[in-house]
Write a protein that binds this ligand. Sequence first.
Ligand SMILES: [Zn+2]
Length: 225
Amino acid sequence: MRRIFPGSITTYSQFGHLKVPKSLNNVCPVCKEKVEFVLKSTYQSSKHGLMTESACPSCKKSIPFIILTKENDTHPDVYIYDPHRSTDALSQIEHIPGMPEELIRAYKSAVSVYLSKENLATAVLAKRVLENVLKNFLADKANGQPLDKQLELLPEHINLVKSVTSLSPLMASDKELHRMLELEAEMDDEMAELVMNLLEDLIQYLFVLPGKIEMTREQIEKKLI
Ligand SMILES: [Zn+2]
């Protein structure tokens, strides 16, 4: 799911005090064209939200939308179903360039046996996923090494700061983005959305994900006491 920011919403239908989006400009998750989606929604005040669909004018595919209403808030939260931007790894894994096939297969199998509550198979496949992740970065240095040693070696073979340092040239003072951020140039809707996506990705990478890994590690440690 990807949040639709109010700036992308072009028209609303009014239901009492509530404004429900009627049309919005956004990038189609299927064909990647920037199009205008027209939402058909019948709002019922007893419900907390609604699911609706809209056909992309470009590729004609039907795209699901979710509209969540909040009490005392005139603007509901609007989300588009976009598997590329979804936060669960299973939806994303196939869309990330360069993801190793073997890792995708191993992770999918692990999720599948976990959902069937087969804990023994989950353990076997969880180990395979970990090995695959590590092998992806360590290559033959992973051979014959136990998992803890491989994890110790990992930081030498993975460039965790590249995602951040690669942004530096974008912000250079002679670049258009710098001028936009200094209000010397105007941002269009598409650029505003891309900048918001970048903020979300950076916050996820620098704060949310490290925090989540740390919390899960603590939970596992507590459980092992
Ligand atoms: Zn489309």
